[in-house]
Each structure stands twice: as structure tokens, then as C-alpha cells.
Design a protein around this ligand. Structure first.
Ligand code: NAD
Length: 481
């Protein structure tokens, strides 16, 4: 039986909503109860071919549509998402688990991403270059890169798909999105808003299926010219390889293992409060989650005491109950991973100072966990935890902590807390990361570039760089007729 507050699960191809028709289906699970929310149809190979053909057919007219008009439709989409915010936020919490308060913020941001890209698409200006010869006229033009294949994961079912919908469409591209099969309802609701706003058939298509089969099919098609993927580094490397075979341009937003440098010139209670809120947001399933928290000697003990006290005070439970600060993990794979990281750390001699276990009963609940005295060989210090485990590490001086912070192949987010301006500047220059927060954990907005370096991927989403990721540059040299 389907949940009445949830949504009807369908594919969206060439302007039509599709289900049934003998398609295979997959159960979508509520992570807070493990109940089935609904059954999601998988796109067949013929469905994927239909989506490809529809995108190829629709793109020329969409590209030719004035950017101003494309922006109007995307702005209308943003308005519809805002009108439907409460419903979409509930769908998100039901399928993903995060507290409703976080889902509301995410859907509000999702609408803002559509609105911002709606505006920015109107400003995809080219430029005039002074020519070297008097009878030539030189100009540089921005053109849509081509049909986009987009893949979004389950941790932010609103904001991540929205970047991969609004960016290509604002640039004048057609797009086929495979959102996560574990959190499909939010992407379906965003697609309803696009459809109701009047985006023409074929310009945007939403599919689901077995991820490897869908990505092989779409990336292997000559129709697709651009791949954008958010997810794990391992899958990103595989998909980048597939794209390379067809020389398709690629944006990869992959994992991270964000260091936080907390110097002893800050108020330990205040920074601990911020760090706890940031660490356990979305149950730690965030690629920019603070995951290696380095604290300087002078305030280490005090900081750890505050951090543990505030972690223990957090109430966990269903995201629909407004009293709860943290919901369940999104799927059983994360529960298993938390179990392995904690067992490994404990075995190697680390101290588990809070949490450290699954909560009994239905639902994928893991207690907010604090680990200290962690040996360098513990997996949690090298592998992205992607869950509610905080690793607190003591450090002595600046040189030592910068080496440690930069010691992994990841480079997505990093954070520095200090009251010394020079130290903050040195750290922001030295940290190998795509995003640096100084005395803040806020490192993203619709208007700012988002993405990492090293094993965290390449290319940007968000900001003017995000729009440019869906454009290619053409140089025109014009002589006399
Ligand atoms: P996973 O590596 O199997 O999958 C990650 C994502 O990629 C999922 O959304 C999945 O549907 C998709 N995927 C997997 N194989 C694919 C394929 N061949 N083609 C297209 N898409 C494919 O792991 P998971 O258990 O879903 O997530 C766990 C890990 O993924 C985490 O540890 C974290 O490192 C990473 N992750 C990162 C982000 C992010 O925001 N960067 C988001 C979700 C997951």
C-alpha cells in the first residue's frame, strides 16, 4: 500500500508521465519505518531511447528560444516549487529521512537555484575581441554544449537534481536526469513544477532504473554530449571513463573528507555548538560534512567536553516529528558502513565517547557518535564516513595541522576557526580544497561555485561557473563579404 502523503511514482519522457506497461518496478522505502512508500517504474532500454530521441528533437527549438523566455519558464518553475514547498518537503523527509525543518530549507534553496539560473541564463554574454587585422571582426560566443545526461544521488534529493535541471535548461540544453531510485519522489515533484510551468516536451526527461544500465546506455549514446554526476569517487571514475570514450565533457562532484582546523584562540563552546549542528545535519550524509575535526591543544579538552555534551543532548527519531534533531540514515548501506568504521576504530584503540551503535527497532537509526584518540591507521580518518560519526583529533601547531589536513586525495570542503586574520589567510591559501569556510560552515549558495579538486572531482555547479559548465565557447572571425 502506498503512503497517502507521498507521491505517484512515474517516469517523465517527452512531456509524458509513464508507469505500468509491464515495466519492472522497485520498492521505495521510508528509512524511518522501513515501510514501503510506493513502487518506482524502471525505464526500459526502449524508454531510454525515447528519452534520447526526444531530447535530440527538442533541443534545437529550446536553444533557439530566447534566453529571456527560457528564464521566464524557469522562474515560473521556482514559483511553483515555492507554492508547493510544504508538500515537497514532506515527500523528501518521507523518502530520505532528514528532519522536516532541513527539508523545508532544502526545497526553499531548490527554488532559489531555479530562480538564480533563470536569471543567469539571460546573461550568458559573449565578447568582442579587437582583431589583429583591420578587415576582420572577432567575437566569442557562448553556446549550449549539447544534450546532457545527469545523475543525482539520494542525500540531497532537492538541491542536487535542481542544479542539474536548472543549469542545462538555462544554458539552452536538453537534459535527461536519472535521479536516485531511493529518493525519486522529490525529483518527480520538481519535474511536475517544470512541466506545469510550460517547459516544452522533450527538453527535460526524468528516468529511473538500474544505475549502471542507465548510465551505460545514456553515456554510450552519441546524442549525449555532456555528463554531470554527483556521487562517490569510485563511481565517478568509472563514469568519467565511459564519457572519455566518446570525448564528452564532464562535471564530477564526488566525495570529500572535510578537515576543520580549530585554533585555540576561539571560544570552544561556541565553535562546538556550530560544529555539532554542521556534523549531524542530514545525519552526516553530506559531501562537505566536517569529518576530520582538528582541535588545538590549548582548548582540546574543553572543546571535546562541549562537543560530547551537545551531541548527547540531540534527540533522534522520525524527521516528521519536529522535536527530533536528527533522522535515520537514508539506507541500510550507511548503517553497515557506520558499524564497520566504529568497530575498526575501537579495535585499533580509539575511544568511542558518545553513541557508537545502531538504535534498536525499525528504521535505519545510528546514534550520533563521537570518537577521540584515533590511531592514524583507523579507516575513519582516510575514508569518507558519510554518516553521523565525528572524529576529534588533537593538534599542536599550524604547520603540522596543514600537512594533516592536506594528506588525503580528497579536496572538497575545508574549514578554519580562528580569531587571527593572518592565520586564517594562510590557511585558506594552503588548504587544497574547492571550498574554504573561515569561521563558518556555510560554503554554498545558488550564486557560488560548488565543487572540489583531486578525488573530489572537477568542474563546478552553481554560480556563473555552473552555467558555463553547460556551455561551449565558439570563436568567430569575420572578414568582409
Ligand atoms: P555508490 O557508490 O554505489 O553510489 C553513489 C551514487 O551513485 C548513488 O546515487 C548511485 O545510485 C549512483 N550510482 C552507482 N553506480 C552508478 C552507475 N554505474 N551509474 C550511475 N550512477 C551510479 O554508493 P552509495 O551507497 O549510494 O553511497 C555511498 C557513498 O557515495 C558515500 O560513501 C559517499 O562517498 C558517496 N556519495 C557522495 C555524494 C555526494 O554528494 N558527493 C552523494 C551520495 C553518495
Amino acid at each position: 500500500m502506498s503512503h497517502t502523503l507521498y507521491t505517484s511514482l512515474q517516469l517523465y519522457i517527452d512531456g509524458q508521465w509513464l508507469d505500468g506497461g509491464g515495466r519492472q518496478t522497485e520498492a521505495v522505502i521510508d528509512p524511518s519505518t522501513e515501510a514501503v512508500l510506493g513502487h518506482l517504474p524502471h525505464a526500459s532500454p526502449a524508454d531510454l531511447d525515447r528519452a534520447l530521441a526526444a531530447a535530440a528533437r527538442a533541443m534545437p527549438a529550446w536553444t533557439a528560444t530566447p534566453a529571456f523566455e527560457r528564464g521566464r519558464l524557469l522562474k515560473r518553475t521556482a514559483d511553483l516549487i515555492r507554492e508547493r514547498l510544504e508538500h515537497i518537503a514532506r515527500v523528501l523527509t518521507l523518502e530520505q529521512g532528514k528532519p522536516l525543518r532541513e527539508s523545508r530549507i532544502e526545497i526553499a534553496l531548490t527554488a532559489d537555484i531555479f530562480e538564480w539560473m533563470a536569471e543567469e541564463g539571460r546573461r550568458a554574454y559573449g565578447r568582442i575581441v579587437p582583431a589583429r587585422h583591420p578587415d576582420l571582426h572577432w567575437s566569442v560566443h557562448q553556446e549550449p554544449v549539447g544534450v546532457v545526461a545527469a545523475f543525482a544521488p539520494w542525500n540531497f534529493p532537492g538541491t542536487t537534481p535542481s542544479r542539474k535541471m536548472a543549469g542545462p535548461l538555462a544554458a539552452g540544453c536538453a537534459c535527461i536526469l536519472k535521479a536516485s531510485e531511493e529518493t525519486p519522489g522529490t525529483a518527480i515533484e520538481l519535474t511536475r513544477a517544470l512541466h506545469d510551468a510550460g517547459v516544452p516536451p522533450g527538453v527535460f526527461n526524468l528516468v529511473f532504473g538500474v544505475p549502471a544500465e542507465v548510465s551505460d546506455h545514456l553515456i554510450g549514446s552519441p546524442i549525449v554530449r555532456k555528463l554531470t554526476f554527483t556521487g562517490s569517487t569510485a563511481v565517478g571514475k568509472h563514469l568519467a571513463g565511459l564519457a572519455a570514450k566518446g570525448l564528452k565533457s564532464t562535471t564530477m562532484e564526488l566525495g570529500g573528507h572535510a578537515p576543520v582546523l580549530i585554533y585555540d584562540d576561539v571560544d570552544p563552546a561556541a565553535v562546538a555548538r556550530l560544529a555539532v549542528a554542521s556534523k549531524f545535519r542530514n545525519a552526516g550524509q553530506v559531501c562537505v560534512s566536517p569529518s576530520r575535526i582538528f582541535v588545538q591543544d590549548g582548548i582540546y579538552e574543553e572543546f571535546v567536553a562541549h562537543f560530547i555534551e551537545q551531541t548527547r543532548a540531540m534527540q533522534i527519531g522520525s524527521g516528521l516529528d519536529e522535536r527530533n534533531a536528527m533522522g535515520p540514515l537514508a539506507n541500510p548501506r550507511r548503517l553497515a558502513a557506520m558499524g564497520e568504521y566504529v568497530a575498526d576504530a575501537r579495535e585499533k584503540g580509539a575511544a568511542i565517547r558518545a553513541g557508537g551503535a545502531r538504535r534498536e527497532g525499525p528504521g535505519f537509526y545510528w546514534e550520533p557518535t563521537v570518537v577521540t584518540d584515533i590511531p592514524a591507521s583507523a579507516r575513519i580518518l582516510h575514508e569518507e564516513p558519510f554518516g553521523p560519526i565525528a572524529s576529534l583529533i588533537r593538534f599542536r601547531d599550524e604547520a603540522e595541522v596543514l600537512v594533516e589536513a592536506n594528506s588525503l586525495r580528497y579536496g572538497l570542503a575545508s574549514y578554519v576557526f580562528t580569531s587571527d586574520l593572518d592565520r586564517a589567510t594562510r590557511a585558506s591559501q594552503a588548504l587544497k580544497a574547492g571550498l574554504v569556510g573561515i569561521n563558518t560552515f556555510t560554503v554554498s549558495g545558488p550564486e557560488t561555485p560548488w565543487g572540489g579538486v583531486g578525488d573530489s572531482g572537477y568542474g563546478k555547479e552553481g554560480g556563473i561557473e555552473g552555467l558555463q559548465g553547460y556551455m561551449s565557447v565558439k570563436f568567430v572571425s569575420q572578414g568582409p563579404a
